[in-house]
Ligand binder design. Structure first.
Ligand SMILES: [Ca+2]
Ligand SMILES: [Ca+2]
Length: 422
């Protein structure tokens, strides 16, 4: 590419084997067996391997050609060295609505236009998971069947970005008291944080400041993400053409993200299940060491024909609230000797705090009628018919906005539908 106004000419050589994943065979094995030979009881088993799905994103992380943006100040006048105001000199180019080079402030980042110093480790393998399941299905009567299923999913070869020039020994610890969370009544009432606790915080030694962003290598690690679930359900055909279905799911996902030695504060990262905040390193990195409860989810759904050709349907769902992870960024002034990096500290233990359980009832009424070869269906739905208002997310960062509600269950909503088939 030829030179532009702000950058010199560019040439990017081919980067081969990015990635070079060989033999990515993903076996899927399933069995089903008719236990008594009468077609009424089936046992099923499954073991399947799934690789992380990537398109161009993986290669893009390491591509030599990178795009970046920069903000420059421009006042249509000769700019001072700091790039904050006019120098006071008035030239013929001042006020001409053209941004001459002498009018543009300095670039804001010394790494502008450069790719990040991040590379894959030689021989890095693709992240995958194994999923196992076992199920029993049984037909109780001619109208009712039930099933019990167990699921387990384990991730392997998880990638960790290692700052190779940074280890835990590059940090110095100090203590700070638990910050005030008195402005969040829910959090106070939950009693999961000890207002008297002294927290150990780590500050990166300032000599390492310059290399914190350098020599980042993505490696396979022993980190784990383990999901277990049990699902019980029944389905039945009611007399007169109705159906009824019910399910109960008990599940738990545990993250074990302890491989990183880059930050003993345990910064937040998304888990591989719901994307909730979990610790990457630090004292909460192994969720198996904490009392993380199983969560329960219930569903009941049915539909039933009622007089005048109407069909009535209802779905009742009950979900456990997601985990609430309270974080804190200690002020720069509280770091002895000056803060090197801003640090986000997770305050709540894994499994300690959850949003409230929420229930949702959806109703619908449907009528189908025919005229000649055409079929018409009219339908009215009420989503969240009870207008429940459960809290989905709150501000979880210590500060003036802690506890502020950010999202709730969508309010009651009616939908009218009409369908014609011909
Ligand atoms: Ca100008
Ligand atoms: Ca490291």
């Amino acid at each position: 590419m030829p030179a532009g106004r702000f950058v010199p000419g560019r040439f990017f050589a081919e980067q081969a084997d990015l990635p070079n994943w060989k033999n990515d065979l993903a076996p899927r094995l399933s069995v089903a067996y008719d236990l008594f030979g009468d077609g009424r009881t089936a046992i099923k088993g499954n073991a399947s391997k799934y690789y992380a799905q990537w398109s161009a994103g993986w290669a893009k992380r390491y591509a030599d050609s990178a795009s970046s943006s920069d903000s420059r100040s421009w006042f249509d006048c000769p700019i001072n060295a700091a790039g904050t105001a006019c120098t006071g000199a008035v030239l013929a180019t001042s006020g001409d609505n053209i941004a001459q080079d002498s009018e543009i402030g300095p670039r804001s980042s010394p790494t502008f236009g450069l790719r990040s110093d991040r590379n894959p480790a030689p021989g890095i393998e693709r992240t995958y998971n194994w999923e196992y399941s076992a199920a029993v299905q049984h037909q109780l009567t001619s109208r009712v069947s039930m099933s019990v299923a167990w699921y387990r999913r384990i991730w392997k070869n998880l990638e960790v970005s290692d700052r190779e020039l940074i280890t835990l020994s590059d940090y110095t610890s100090f203590q700070l008291p638990m910050p005030s969370f008195a402005n969040d009544a829910d959090l106070v009432a939950a009693g999961v944080l000890d207002p008297a606790e002294m927290l150990t915080i780590y500050n990166l030694n300032s000599a390492k400041r310059g290399v914190y962003g350098a020599q980042i290598v993505d490696k396979n690690s022993d980190d784990q993400s383990i999901y277990d679930g049990i699902e019980m359900s029944f389905s039945s055909r009611l007399p007169a053409g109705g159906t009824l279905f019910g399910g109960w799911t008990i599940q738990q996902n545990l993250s074990v993200f302890c491989a990183s030695d880059d930050n003993p504060n345990g910064p937040t990262v998304s888990d591989l299940f719901m994307g909730d905040n979990v610790a990457n390193g630090g004292r909460f990195c192994d969720q198996r060491d904490f009392d993380v409860p199983m969560t329960h989810e219930f569903k009941l759904a049915g539909n039933y024909p009622i007089p005048f050709g109407f069909d009535f349907g209802a779905i009742l769902q009950s979900y456990a609230g997601r985990e609430r992870v309270i974080t804190w960024q200690p002020a720069a002034t509280s770091f002895p000797g000056g803060r090197t990096n801003a640090e986000t500290i997770i305050l709540t233990e894994p499994g300690a705090l959850y949003y409230p359980r929420y229930n949702q009832l959806d109703l619908n009424l449907k009528k189908t009628f025919r005229a000649g070869r055409k079929t018409f269906t009219g339908q009215i739905d009420f989503f969240n018919a009870l207008n429940a208002n459960a809290i989905f997310t709150q501000n979880n960062a210590i500060g003036a906005s802690l506890g502020q509600v950010q999202a709730i269950l969508q309010g009651r909503m009616m939908r009218l539908g009409f369908q014609m088939k011909f």
